[in-house]
Design a protein around this ligand. Structure first.
Ligand code: FAD
Length: 478
């Protein structure tokens, strides 16, 4: 959608002088002991004031910074005037999951990094994500309830494999167009990383559940506990469906292959977060899922997943959570806001340090992590300075739980069980902009194609694939 270009207002100076509205949040000490959402959202007046900080650029670069091209000035201008329903309409025409994106999108690297208000001296960008979240929360609180219009049935059936943001976005667009969609999910609950990975204190599960309920209201069927590649293959699905969209994500954890890595108490971040988030291990009174609640927890890594694991360990009652990362603070891939929140909550950042082996007791349980110091050398191919081990710097930290959060690879099940599906380094090869794979009628998108990426990119891929599937179903052209 082309962004709204409105006449430049006369009160620019006043707009520039309006400070960025701070996000209210739970007190750091209190929130470290509960799983409730950390940030509390802007009130209506604060959202209007924040939207007022937009200076009506002639060429709104924020839109270029958004992977799905949301008409950001358009919705901000409506919020400024208090027209929340109109603003929501503009937002939702390109972003189906604003309550989720407003909470977890890396806005500081996308839309907000290009905001002209933020480029003026001493100023900060418009908090676009916060206003986006405000609108979505306003809708959920009963602001409006507009049912989504669905076209008459086309008689075509599409299978969506995986129920993360890519699969959900694709399913929603196809259902709107009148196609019958069945989503197959390997886990017992739909939502992908939004449910099993990102913790409740950053993204409440009720928000994801509401989006999924809306999808079901549109006629989409969701079949859980169905692992494509085990329960049925892609070839089996081809016999029953006119097209297939594979959105199985990047849920394969990486390990470092260190001595002692298979000791009890050492988890991949995926397993740890899944047990706590999806399988309710944080609430042992109501759930049987076990998780080791350590006193001394060491989390290895420096990305969003590592922050989530460290903050989860704290909430499970750890006395000391130490995040061990081999580079310095500046190179950490996690969002600045997540790093700040983790620091405020008391997570210990042990930087320029890497684990080299794990030590166990006679029951095979981890008791300590041996680490080595690192220093930064020359920049590597990605521009980041390479960490180099400092000889003779070995030292140990006590640990009864270790969470390894060093990244994830593409889920191997579908590629492994689908002969003829082209892959590269485990990722499914799909054409840019359409998601078409090497197999006729089979599309793919999200992390299974991109590698571990972001929610908004996965959603964008799902929507592009839906448009391409629609075209294929109408024309039969591949
Ligand atoms: C802990 C964590 C925190 C993150 N934080 C952020 C963040 O703050 N902001 C952000 O933008 N991104 C974040 N990300 C990344 C983001 O969540 C992913 O990029 C996004 O979820 C990818 O979407 P997807 O639909 O491709 O895959 P997923 O969300 O991984 O969904 C794939 C689904 O497919 C299912 N599946 C897999 N194989 C099969 C099969 N064979 N049959 C049936 N179903 C199958 C899986 O169970 C899963 O439910 C985070 C990731 C993690 C792990």
């Amino acid at each position: 959608m082309a962004p709204t270009i409105a006449p430049v207002p006369k009160d620019l100076k006043k707009r520039f002088q309006t400070p960025r509205q701070e996000m209210p949040a739970q007190d750091p000490i209190a929130r470290g002991k509960n799983f409730q959402e950390v940030t509390l959202g802007l009130e209506a007046e604060a959202a209007k004031l924040e939207a007022y900080r937009c200076i009506y650029c002639k060429e709104p670069e924020c839109v270029q910074g958004c992977p799905v091209g949301i008409d950001i000035p358009g919705f901000l201008h409506e919020v400024e005037k208090g027209n929340f329903a109109e603003a929501l309409g503009i937002l939702k025409s390109t972003n189906l999951l604003p309550a989720i994106c407003g909470r977890v999108c890396p806005q500081e690297e996308q839309c907000e990094s290009l905001c002209k208000t933020g480029k003026s001296k001493g100023n900060r960008p418009v908090a676009i994500g916060r206003v986006e979240r405000f609108l979505a929360d306003w809708e959920r609180a009963g602001g409006i309830a507009k049912p989504v219009e669905v076209a008459p049935p086309t008689g075509k059936k599409v299978a969506v494999v995986g129920s993360g943001p890519a699969g959900l976005a694709c399913a929603a667009d196809l259902a709107k167009l009148g196609h019958k969609v069945i989503v197959f999910e390997a886990f017992h609950k739909p939502g992908g990383v939004l449910v099993y990975g990102i913790p409740e204190f950053r993204l409440p599960k009720a928000i994801v559940a509401k989006e999924i309920a809306n999808l079901e209201k549109m006629g989409v069927d969701i079949v859980c506990d169905f692992a494509v590649g085990l329960t049925a293959t892609i070839e089996d699905l081809q016999k029953a469906f006119d097209a297939i969209f594979v959105a199985t994500g990047a849920g394969l954890p990486y390990f470092m292959d260190l001595p002692g890595e298979n000791l009890g108490g050492i988890y991949s971040a995926n397993e740890y977060l899944t047990r706590v988030n999806l399988m309710g291990a944080f609430d042992p009174e109501h759930n049987d899922t076990p998780v080791v609640r350590g006193k001394n927890v060491v989390v290895v890594g420096g990305g969003n997943v590592a922050m989530d694991a460290a903050r989860t360990a704290l909430r499970l009652g750890a006395e000391k959570v130490r995040l061990v990362y081999r580079r310095s603070h500046d190179e950490m891939p996690a969002r600045e806001e997540e790093i700040e929140h983790a620091e405020e909550e008391g997570i210990d950042f042990t930087l320029l340090t890497t684990p080299v082996r794990y030590l166990g007791d006679d029951k095979g349980r981890v008791v300590a992590v041996e680490c080595r110091k690192m220093e930064l050398g020359e920049p590597g191919p990605d521009g980041r300075r390479k960490p180099v081990e400092v000889a003779g710097s070995e030292h140990q930290f006590p640990a009864d739980v270790v969470v390894v959060s060093i990244g994830n690879g593409p889920n191997p099940l579908v590629p492994r069980t689908t002969p003829g599906l082209e892959t590269k380094k485990g990722k499914i090869v799909a054409r840019d902009g359409s998601g078409r794979t090497s197999m006729k009628g089979v599309f793919a998108g999200g992390d299974i194609v991109l590698g571990a990426a972001t929610v908004i990119l996965a959603m964008g891929a799902g929507r592009q694939a839906a448009a391409s599937i629609h075209e294929y179903l109408q024309t039969g052209t591949w």
